[in-house]
Design a protein around this ligand. Structure first.
Ligand SMILES: N[C@@H](CCC(=O)N[C@@H](CS)C(=O)NCC(=O)O)C(=O)O
Length: 193
């Protein structure tokens, strides 16, 4: 399997972590988005959306979208709850991550870390929504060790990717103690540094 990814991207790291956790062999093809490497004719032929992560499976079929990829890779593994309701709850978190967390927490980080914007100059709505997402996580973690019950799942993979880097976008994880502890718990469960 080939994984096209940029190591600065949490979305891409989700794929690396799941493949490594499951012991799936893969070649990582570093794709620098800041240099436009996801917009070359070669890349666009594989993923017309021009985005990483992208995997090319062993049989040659391409697949994009981080959460779709990790769902496919982890099928039948302990990263996906067997109970149908718990599986749906995992997906609930993963869809929420893409629409209500990543667009604020990851985008703020991108502006500050890679586009040279000062935290003070971030759009207030971005900061407000990002803090809202982190509070939502804090509340969700009041009832269980992981986002879906007591075992790590793809919900944790999807949400930890940018939450662990939230400080790079100016967010103070000290305001969210359960989230801080959960980040360490997920990193330990996935064996990521
Ligand atoms: N929803 C997509 C987001 C993919 C995405 O936005 N990828 C970014 C890197 S995190 C990218 O490739 N940006 C380069 C570009 O759009 O040209 C996913 O989860 O995979």
């Amino acid at each position: 399997m080939q994984v096209y990814g940029d190591s600065i991207s949490g979305n891409c790291l989700k794929v690396r972590w799941v493949a490594e956790y499951l012991g799936l062999p893969f070649d990582w093809i570093e794709t620098d988005i800041l240099k436009g490497e996801s917009r070359t004719p070669h890349f666009l032929a594989l993923n017309p959306a021009g985005q990483v992560p992208l995997v090319v499976l062993n049989d040659g079929r391409p697949l994009a979208q981080s959460n779709a990829i990790i769902l496919h890779l982890a099928e039948g593994s302990d990263l996906i709850p067997t109970d149908a309701y718990d599986r749906a709850r995992m997906l609930e978190w993963m869809f929420w991550e893409q629409y209500s967390h990543e667009p604020y927490v990851a985008v703020a980080r991108f502006h500050v870390r890679y586009a040279g914007k000062a935290v003070a100059d971030l759009e207030p709505r971005l900061v407000e929504r990002g803090n809202g997402a982190l509070q939502r996580l804090e509340d969700g973690l009041a009832v269980s060790l992981f986002l879906v019950g007591e075992a790590v799942s793809l919900a944790d993979v999807a949400l930890v990717a940018y939450t662990r880097l939230a400080h790079e976008g100016g967010f103070d994880l000290g305001r969210y103690p359960k989230v801080q502890t959960w980040v360490k718990r997920v990193e330990a469960a996935l064996k990521i540094a």
